[in-house]
Design a protein around this ligand. Structure first.
Ligand code: NAD
Length: 455
């Protein structure tokens, strides 16, 4: 008998659900159902597949409040973020609902015949999701996978399975055939690894830590299984002296403390040109102290708890005695896995807090001399996911955006994710792209067909 799973509300520490963890044999059954559903699903006419995905989007939209509430209770997301995330699942489904009718191939000039290419679906796709954005990231994987004609086995993180289970129900409500979207709740080591090793699973779309991502990639290599990896980050927020320094300082907290810093895109290293360092810190301090940390179900709340006691302890380990805390925000007392937003400065460039992905509400601030120095520091990391550049010099903005080795950069803004633009990492932040037009490529293989026309 497999152990049960207690699902905990991180803001209250109350147990909100008890579930059975799927054993590897049950994962095999789910994969079997998805494999059995695939031949019919890939044959659904493009217009009908599009219509079913639009219905799925509509079911998500009608369930937005409940989905948002589940994410507040299970993941500690603020209600405003959770509503936006439910809306994001709807929007991603709608965006990719346009894909079945637009999965175009080429007709390539050849001698003696006609040459055509087709974008063929892969089969069963395993979508493995982390706990930090359980609902949104499930949508980013499953929507393009389904649109391209694959069936999906979705594995949420053990800490946060509730919205994935609800999405599985909504798919059925919308009329997606049985087996098209299977949801399995299990551990990474068992259920996740079974998806990686099962030969009927033809692709893994993994989002999570770089450490586990490397193992998943190695496992996929055994079967030359297609794999997309969205991994960790340690992104830089670069503020030049010629920028709107006060604006950059006011915007910096939400760029790192949103979702309590549990965001792969968190700008957790702030690099400030030395000549405006004091000015920037003077603007940052009141902005950090003002952050409303507390009950994520309240409309006004801006930051909730961390996901678990174990994760809070991991983050707090970066804040031991001797840590150079410049200033802190507030956090509630009592039950819940709370930690105040914390700013560290001055920090040595080789300090673990400056080098490692903390994945919590901790940011480091360091000065830089000039453009070359800023680019050097920004690139001095194995990661390359996102980042921001604040400057009024358009030439510099473009030079630095091209020089920073990262997949998603924003200039005079901290916004890096839109469902219609590509998202993914350089270096050890990942392989492949999600969202936007590029994601579909990762869920199809190109087939070339030559037809002889000569007598
Ligand atoms: P994690 O790597 O521990 O787990 C991610 C998922 O993988 C979970 O569902 C887990 O059960 C599963 N898993 C664990 N071991 C496995 C194995 N051996 N085989 C198959 N699956 C396995 O990550 P986490 O702690 O849930 O999430 C935090 C990490 O995710 C951070 O590093 C963060 O940066 C990253 N992340 C990246 C992105 C991105 O798009 N780049 C987005 C969100 C989170």
């Amino acid at each position: 008998m497999r152990g049960g799973l207690q699902v905990v509300n991180p803001a209250s520490e109350a147990v909100i659900a008890e579930l059975e963890l799927a054993a590897p044999e049950e994962v095999d059954l789910a994969i079997g159902r998805a494999a059995a559903a695939w031949p019919a699903w890939r044959e659904v006419a493009p217009g009908d597949r599009a219509r079913l995905l639009r219905r799925f989007a509509e079911a998500v939209d009608q369930d937005r409040d409940q989905l948002a509430r589940l994410e507040v209770d299970n993941a500690g997301h603020t209600i405003r973020n959770a509503r936006a995330e439910a809306g994001n699942v709807r929007d991603v489904l709608l965006y990719y609902s346009a894909a079945p009718e637009r999965l175009l191939g080429h007709q390539i000039p050849v001698g003696g015949g006609v040459d055509l290419t087709f974008r063929e679906p892969l089969g069963v796709v395993g979508v493995i999701v982390p706990w930090n954005f359980p609902m949104a990231i499930a949508g980013w994987g499953m929507a393009p996978a389904l649109a391209a004609g694959n069936t999906v086995v979705l594995k949420p993180a053990g800490l946060t399975p509730l919205t994935a289970l609800r999405l599985g129900e909504l798919a059925r409500v919308a009329g997606l055939p049985a087996g098209t979207l299977e949801v399995v709740v299990g551990t990474g080591a068992e259920a996740g690894w079974r998806l990686v090793t099962h030969p009927a699973v033809r692709k893994i779309c993994f989002t999570g830590s770089t450490e586990v991502g490397k193992r998943v990639m190695a496992g996929c290599a055994e079967q030359v299984k297609r794999v997309t990896l969205e991994l960790g980050g340690k992104s830089a927020n670069i503020v030049f002296a010629d920028a709107d320094v006060e604006g950059a300082a006011a915007a910096a907290p939400s760029a790192v403390f949103d979702n309590a810093g549990q965001d792969c895109c968190a700008r957790s290293r702030i690099l400030v040109q030395a000549s405006v360092f004091e000015r920037f810190m003077a603007g940052l301090e009141p902005a950090v102290r003002r952050i409303r940390v507390g009950d994520p179900g309240q409309e006004a709340t801006e930051m909730g708890p961390l996901i678990s006691a174990a994760h809070r302890a991991r983050v707090a380990a970066y804040l031991g005695a001797g840590t150079p805390v410049a200033f802190r925000g507030a956090a509630p007392e009592g039950p819940g896995f709370w930690l105040p937003p914390t700013v560290l400065a001055p920090v040595a460039p080789d300090a673990p807090a400056f080098q490692e992905e903390i994945f919590g509400p901790v940011v480091t601030v360091v000065p830089f001399r000039d453009e070359a120095d800023a680019v050097r520091i920004a690139n001095d990391t194995p990661y390359g996911l996102s980042g921001s550049i604040w400057t009024r010099d358009i030439g510099r903005a473009l030079r630095v955006a091209r020089a920073v080795q990262s997949g998603n950069l924003s200039v005079n803004s901290n916004s890096s994710v839109r469902y219609w633009t590509p998202f993914g990492g350089f270096k050890q932040s990942g392989i492949g792209r999600e969202l936007g037009p590029d994601a579909l490529e990762a869920f199809t293989d190109v087939k070339n067909v030559f037809i002889a026309t000569d007598g």
